[in-house]
Design a binder for this molecule. Structure first.
Ligand SMILES: Nc1nc2c(c(=O)[nH]1)N[C@H]1C(S)=C(S)[C@@H](COP(=O)(O)O)O[C@H]1N2
Ligand SMILES: [Mo]
Length: 405
């Protein structure tokens, strides 16, 4: 395990740092150097997204941009920010760090009064760095319709609503301790500074989703850097939540405030959305979603064409929220035969593993390529996912149609 990419050592060190020590650090530290934020993008196709969205890298889906899975090819384990998917409920706000502050408030704090943190104060806290994937709960949603024949509601992502980044920031636990969280606190609700989200004519307010205090105090980061650079505007500048292994909505961007509550909190993002609804679930839906699932993708364009009788080097990646990926199998005959893919990375939890397999197609005509991952927790991708009306947590093996000529 690489110490640089896990929170382990930082966490144990911080575990010994008391609130008074942290306050000392805070008081002593100068305001951090101002970061030069990325300049405004020249040409942005979707009005709400700042960075350029070249068609070879992205598919635009409403207010969102999906990374083309073919654009993962040639990238390392980390997904460069300029090809990282964007999921915006409305549009990217261009915030500055000098007038930004975080407000922590609510019945779960001891002092009774809100506590504020400036950007400089946050930057002066002990940093942690962690590599983790960020994935939309609806990633793969389109396959409920195209592969399983049942339409679902929501952005029709294929498999590109995921990226892996190296996040740097501070432990949410440190901020909560500094703010005086009590042992009566049960939920912590981060809320974004983007516009109110209006759905079906109803104003649902700004994106927010409560985290149980156990998760909030465990491994959640308030990140200010992505892959060694300040967060880009579209990914939450100046500060976002990163909740490793959880559904993307738990990683609130453009963080403005944190409500700490001694009674359970809810929001439309835990009642209306991000539960499983449908015949397999109770009428009020499942419990609110927490962890992501297990998936694999080839790094191929839609409708890729291969020459017969030649050896082709197929590449892809697999990931799981429940454990490291242990095994990936590939089928080039529509699922009749499976063989192991070669893993190209040391598998880690909360990241993906790159893999490859050589293929020499014999006959011209249509073919289906399949990849199936198994993780260390014993999960294997099934051939079909259990239907839910909003198409969350698709985990089934995807059949990638190609042509041999
Ligand atoms: N404030 C705010 N936070 C947000 C969102 C949003 O629209 N507003 N979208 C969420 C969803 S649904 C996902 S999947 C991730 C996407 O993060 P990214 O755009 O950086 O890839 O951000 C989450 N955080
Ligand atoms: Mo999402």
């Amino acid at each position: 395990m690489s110490t640089a990419t896990t929170p382990g050592p930082d966490r144990s060190r911080l575990g010994q740092v008391g609130r008074r020590d942290l306050l000392k650090v805070l008081a002593a530290a100068p305001v951090a150097a101002q970061w030069a934020a990325a300049g405004p993008a020249a040409a942005s196709v979707s009005p709400g997204i700042v960075k350029p969205l070249p068609p070879e890298l992205f598919t635009i889906r409403g207010t969102n941009a999906e990374t083309k899975v073919s654009a993962f090819a040639g990238t390392g384990r980390l997904t460069p920010a300029d090809r990282f998917f964007v999921r915006n409920h409305t549009s990217t706000p261009r915030l500055g760090e000098s007038d930004w502050k975080l407000t922590v408030w609510g019945s779960g704090l001891g002092g009774g009064r809100p506590v504020h943190f400036t950007y400089g104060q946050l930057r002066s806290l002990p940093p942690v760095t962690r590599t983790a994937f960020l994935e939309c709960a609806g990633n793969g949603r389109n396959y409920f319709a195209t592969q399983q024949g049942r339409p679902v509601i929501g952005t029709p992502w294929t498999l590109g609503a995921i990226g892996v980044a190296r996040w740097r920031g501070v432990r949410l636990a440190d901020v909560l301790r500094l703010a005086g969280i009590t042992d009566r606190a049960v939920d912590v609700m981060p809320r974004g500074l983007d516009d109110d989200f209006v759905a079906g004519g109803v104003n649902l307010g700004r994106p927010r989703k409560p985290l149980p205090v156990a998760k909030a105090m465990n491994d959640v980061i308030l990140a200010y850097e992505m892959n060694g650079e300040p967060l880009p505007y579209d990914h939450g500048f100046p500060v976002r939540v990163v909740a490793p292994s959880w559904v993307g909505i738990a990683s609130i961007k453009w963080l403005g405030d944190l409500e700490v509550s001694d009674t359970p909190l809810s929001s439309p993002w835990t009642t209306q959305f991000y539960r499983l609804f449908g015949e397999a679930y109770p009428p009020e839906g499942s419990v609110p979603l927490t962890r992501q699932t297990i998936k694999s993708t080839f790094e191929l364009a839609e409708g890729a064409v291969f020459e017969a009788s030649r050896i082709h080097h197929l590449t892809g990646r697999s990931w799981s929220a429940a454990g490291a990926v242990r095994r990936v199998e590939v089928s080039t005959d529509g699922g009749a035969h499976w063989r192991p893919a070669k893993l190209r990375d040391t598998p880690h939890r909360d990241s993906w593993v790159r893999w490859s397999a050589d293929w020499r197609p014999r006959h011209a005509g249509p073919a289906e390529l399949l990849a199936r991952a198994t993780d260390t927790a014993g999960n294997t991708q099934p051939l079909a996912s259990v239907h839910n009306t909003q198409g969350y947590l698709f985990d089934a093996v995807v059949r990638h149609g190609v042509t041999v000529r």
